[in-house]
Design a protein around this ligand. Structure first.
Ligand code: GLU
Length: 414
């Protein structure tokens, strides 16, 4: 199944479980707006290259669209639609007052200089400026984008509209209205879900072992926060290679090494391990923190983890989900596990709009509250509707809330 088909499949499963009215279901199914633009960018060598850019608003029924912008060579409209759909459900599940959107540029950012990346980022905003706005559609970082990119984009937008509007984009640098705790938020959310899951499913978190696929912003902060909870990181892999140490990796040292070398590969005192090795490592907890479609039906039979905490969006295919369920693996879905990021994006947006800036403690305490509440709600929803798995429970709860908003707007008769 392609990624967009996967997203649609999960939405359908929830709509069916809820026996949702067809008129309502029809609205929830379809992305509201999909835009594709060409982005001419002057390269350092004097030539001009044209990149493809996308922005999809899946839904703004529950609030302004919200979701990151991805720079990756595999970005296309279908992937962006899938990711936008997940954002609508993620925000609804967490009760943050946003709908769902997503953007992306088909580019391998490793092949661009910093100046070229800046021109590309600004061009993206110029071509899509009509879509964005703090009450319309609010982007943020995603794979291969970061606070620096958000800073360029915020500046470009504010220059175009000729006023300051920091709530146009989240994940900004602190100096221009970013929030304390935003960079670590997704990783922190992962660790809170893991802690709650260990409590619920009777695993002692102290000394529990974890393997992480991906060591970007999300993977590395998940490693840091899990390490602080006493979890033992034994295996990590990124695009260049992986490292394994059954006695546990020194996480602060590994983070330092990865920053300096742009990869975990070659971290001293470890065995080498590949992607398959990490996904099938003999650990308690597996954290896929890279891209979609990683835990497939080929990999799933060999997964040894007791719990999967999905840090990436869409890392497990539906075919793999079935195999994991048969094996008794507890698969906790992306829209529950990785929503720490968008939750603190919401706090950032609130701070931008009120002009009152929060302490890191307040951000983290509020994040803790949101994540624990969402976790408990997913557990309760699974029981309420007798859902076959936690993914279905999370989608059901979210679909109910999205449905309520659509009804309240009068888009269907009820
Ligand atoms: N890109 C992140 C996600 O997939 C964060 C989105 C946001 O903060 O708007 O959830």
């Amino acid at each position: 199944m392609k990624f967009y088909e996967v997203a649609v499949y999960e939405v359908e499963r929830a709509l069916k479980k809820l026996e949702m009215d067809e008129s309502l279901a029809n609205i929830i199914r379809e992305p509201q707006k999909s835009v594709e633009v060409s982005l001419p960018v002057k390269m350092d060598d004097g030539t001009t290259k044209v990149f493809k850019g996308y922005r999809v608003i899946h839904s703004d029924a529950t609030g302004p669209a919200k979701g990151g912008i991805r720079f990756h060579q595999d970005v296309d409209l279908e992937e962006t639609k899938a990711l936008a759909t997940l954002m609508t459900f993620k925000c609804a599940l967490f009760g943050v007052p946003f709908g769902g959107g997503k953007g992306g540029v088909k580019v391998d950012p490793r092949e661009l200089s910093e100046a070229e990346l800046e021109r590309l980022s600004r061009q993206y905003i110029r071509q899509l400026r009509e879509i964005f706005g703090q009450d319309k559609d609010v982007p943020a970082p995603d794979v291969n984008t970061n606070p620096k990119v958000m800073g360029w984009m915020a500046d470009e937008f504010e220059t175009l509209v000729n006023k300051l509007e920091p709530g146009i984009i989240t994940g900004k640098p602190l100096a221009i209205g970013g929030s304390l705790g935003r960079t670590s938020a997704t990783g922190k959310g992962i660790s809170i879900v893991t802690r709650e899951a260990c409590k619920k499913f009777g695993i002692n978190i102290q000394g529990a072992t974890v393997a992480i696929q991906g060591f970007g912003n999300v993977g590395s902060f998940a490693a840091k926060c899990l390490d602080e909870l006493g979890v033992k990181l034994v295996a990590v892999v990124d695009v260049y290679g992986g490292v394994y140490n059954p006695d546990g990796l020194n996480v602060p040292e590994l983070i330092k090494y990865a920053k300096e070398n742009k990869t975990v590969k070659g971290f001293p005192g470890c065995q080498e391990i590949d992607n398959y090795g990490v996904l099938t490592a003999d650990v308690d907890i597996l954290v896929p923190a890279a891209l979609e479609g990683q835990i497939t039906e080929e990999i799933a039979p060999d997964v040894k983890a007791k719990i999967i905490v999905e840090a990436a969006n869409g890392p497990t295919t539906p075919e793999a989900d079935v195999i994991l369920a048969e094996k008794g693996v507890i698969a906790l879905p992306d829209i529950l596990c990785n929503a720490g990021g968008v939750t603190v994006s919401y706090f950032e947006w609130v701070q931008n709009r009120t002009g009152l800036y929060w302490s890191e403690e307040k951000v983290n305490n509020s994040l803790e509250e949101y994540v624990v509440r969402a976790f408990d709600n997913v557990i309760a929803t699974k029981e309420k509707y007798n859902c076959p798995d936690y993914r279905n429970a999370a989608f059901c709860l979210a679909a109910e809330r999205i449905g309520e908003a659509i009804k309240a707007r009068g888009w269907v008769n009820y």
